[in-house]
Design a protein around this ligand. Structure first.
Ligand SMILES: [Fe+2]
Length: 225
């Protein structure tokens, strides 16, 4: 049944809810006001990471977040132009911004940290994780345990640069639990749409497939040391 639903989404476009979110009147961008563009991820469509079908649906869903982020920004600008910043609509859209924006940005971080590139034995990231957790494998076990939590959200490795330490964190939905000021180094999508098509309810098998496909060169680049 799930495959049928996902196939329908693929065939007929984004769900009505996504379309509704993106149905605000679009204004021409004002000077210095840029909209976000959905990025391309050929490695996801290659079938090398997950199936073409699952990745196609996932990318379409991501494009919905980009559209909704743009639509939300445009609508806020309209309301500001109409002096309606005290309206319930303005307040609600302001509160919703982090959810839409992080839905866009976390997907970008997720897609781009896939592509199967190894982490060199002498990398600074490996050394820093080993220094904090005792062994690289101890950090990996902590991250993998996080990936098996119940519920929807994201498992992420973040780096707190001012303190020089890492945290494995659970991000609830998209906007709850993101430690302020940290850098997201590695992120794993744990919404059902990220794995049900290929792995059904087997999150452990999904997490293992994810692990085998991590683009460590990208993660190391985000660490930047
Ligand atoms: Fe997702």
């Amino acid at each position: 049944m799930l495959k049928l639903i996902l196939a329908a989404v693929l065939a007929f476009g984004a769900p009505a809810a996504l379309k509704a979110q993106a149905s605000f009147k679009m204004l021409a961008p004002a000077q210095g006001y840029a909209l976000y563009n959905a990025r391309e991820y050929p490695v996801m469509l290659s079938g090398a990471v997950f199936s073409f079908g699952m990745s196609s649906v996932h990318l379409k869903l991501y494009q919905g977040y980009v559209k909704s982020t743009n639509a939300l920004l445009q609508r806020l600008k309209e309301l500001e132009g109409e002096n309606k910043t005290a309206s319930p609509e303005y307040a609600e859209l302001k509160r919703r911004f982090g959810w839409e924006f992080n839905g866009m940005r976390l997907h970008e971080l997720y897609f781009s940290n896939l592509g199967a590139a190894p982490l060199p034995a002498g990398s600074s990231l490996r050394a820093a994780l080993t220094a904090q957790y005792g062994t690289f494998e101890a950090w990996e076990a902590s991250f993998q345990a996080l990936a098996q939590l119940r519920g929807i959200g994201w498992a992420a490795l973040v780096y707190d640069a001012p303190a020089g330490r890492f945290h494995n964190v659970w991000i609830n939905e998209h906007d709850g639990g993101v430690p302020a000021g940290t850098t997201v180094l590695l992120v794993l999508d744990l919404f059902e749409h990220a794995y049900m098509y290929d792995f059904q309810t087997d999150k452990l098998r999904y997490a293992r497939a994810f692990w085998a496909a991590v683009n460590w060169a990208e993660v190391q680049k985000r660490f930047g040391k």
